[in-house]
Design a protein around this ligand. Structure first.
Ligand code: AMP
Ligand code: GLY
Length: 423
């Protein structure tokens, strides 16, 4: 099978790593890829948003199967562009990717179909949003409707902060058109867990659970980022919670999307909060999480191409999805200053120490090759993932792995997986 992966981050590197292990793979391409993906794939310098160039490339190379990794191209209809040309593709069509691309849409869906989530109201008029806030008690959660690189959510402890937030999102348009509408949500408390699920539009198969660390600094301080590290499984996601979620969240959501004429094929990422009233949905994403993929995929025992193709073909009911009885921890190595401003272009050392390892991996997020040398090329640079018999062993091995890598302005959190000690 000839496969093309669209994307060039850590998630796509983890996918590429798994695809490269498949005995069914004949040739792997990536667009645009990165320096890590280039070790297992031929990379083409095409933007993830350039539908025409992507489709032309897939046709020229006789690609049999396309995997679309990131949210932006899915929301823009890149999966549709391949599917409409008869090319088998993993990833939802635009009309289903809206479950991530519009928080107002996903809240309406959850309300209509009785899927547990925070109470909320959606506004397109800043004056109405302001009047609503003044009628309620803090804290408030404000969410820009559209895609904002995981940064469009504001937790406001006071009314003043919330009013400033409405101005930033709806008037100053800090997140651009993503802020045309705003969702104001009830503040919830509890542990967070990410459950990524494969779906073919009818059947949904949850993967093993994971937990992300979204804030830039230790102790969950600092700004929201794309994610600074993950562990899997979450010890807080018990068998009882899993049963509840399968019944009341995962299957219901896939059925709801089908009833709405928006068949969802791909990965449905359910961001959950385990509240005192039971699990509730924080957000849906229409793709693998990043860096959730870097801990979930290495624990998967199936051939990833078999599972992804079954999703595209609508025969996921034939798949027995299994994960190893172990644990994984990923620590992101970032450029100091991320998520605001940071420098790029510094040489990276130590990557060769991970070559051939079966239990520690380095997935590239923001890297590129410059004159044969791998250099930093983004805010999030590399994810160091280690497997272990349990979470504590995996965490120790991941942090030991971070010591092997060197680059100027290397930054990481030192408390990834701290919650493990409270389990
Ligand atoms: P989201 O992108 O919607 O997952 O939100 C980003 C982060 O904001 C989440 O991971 C939570 O930590 C926090 N968050 C979002 N919604 C709520 C809520 N209703 N109550 C409390 N925290 C929230
Ligand atoms: N790690 C969170 C996300 O991928 O959105």
């Amino acid at each position: 099978m000839k496969v093309l992966i669209v994307g060039g981050g850590g998630r796509e590197h983890a996918i590429a790593w798994a695809v490269a292990k498949s005995p069914r793979l004949e040739k792997l391409y990536a667009a645009p890829g990165n320096a890590g993906i280039a070790e297992v794939a031929e990379c083409a310098d095409i933007s993830v948003m350039d539908k025409e160039a992507l489709v032309a490339f897939a046709k020229e190379k006789n690609v049999d199967f396309v995997i679309v990794g990131p949210d932006d191209p899915l929301a823009a209809g890149v999966a549709d562009a391949f599917l409409d040309e008869g090319i088998k593709t993993f990833g939802p069509r635009k009309n289903a990717a809206i479950i991530e691309a519009s928080k107002a849409f996903s809240k309406d869906l959850m309300k209509k179909y009785g899927i547990p989530c925070a109470a909320s109201e959606t506004f397109s008029d800043p004056d109405e949003a302001t009047a609503y806030l003044k009628s309620r008690k803090a804290p408030f959660v404000l969410k820009a409707d559209g895609l904002a690189l995981g940064k469009g959510v504001l937790i406001c402890q006071t009314l003043e902060e919330a009013l400033d937030g409405i101005k930033e999102i709806m008037i100053d348009k800090k997140f651009g058109d993503a802020g045309n509408k705003v969702v104001i949500e009830e503040f919830m408390t509890g542990r967070e867990v990410s459950v990524l699920c494969f779906s073919d539009g009818k059947t949904i198969l949850p993967m093993t659970s994971a937990q992300d660390h979204k804030r830039a600094k230790d102790n969950d301080e600092g700004l929201n980022t794309g994610g600074m590290g993950t562990f899997s499984p979450s010890p807080f996601y018990t068998a009882d919670i899993d049963r509840f979620c399968r019944e009341n969240i995962y299957q219901k959501t896939i059925d709801a999307m089908r009833s709405e004429g928006r068949e969802f094929k791909g990965v449905l990422f359910c961001g959950l909060m385990l509240t005192p009233q039971g699990p509730k949905v924080l957000e849906f994403n229409a793709r693998f999480g990043d860096p959730e993929a870097q801990v979930v995929i290495p624990r998967m025992e199936n051939d990833i191409l078999d599972v992804m193709e079954a999703c595209a073909d609508g025969r996921l009911d034939e798949i027995d999805l299994t994960f190893a009885d172990n644990a994984a921890v990923c620590v992101m190595l970032a450029s100091d200053g991320y998520p605001l401003s940071y420098e790029k272009g510094y040489p990276i050392s130590g990557l060769e120490k991970f070559k051939g390892s079966k239990d520690k991996f380095v997935f590239h997020s923001g890297t590129k090759l410059k004159d044969g040398q791998v250099v930093t090329n983004g805010g999030r640079v590399l994810g160091v993932t280690a497997l272990g018999p349990d979470l504590k062993a995996a965490r120790a091995a991941a942090y030991a792995g971070t010591e092997l890598i060197g680059f100027a302005n290397k930054y990481m959190r030192h408390d990834i997986g701290k919650a493990i000690d409270e389990a």
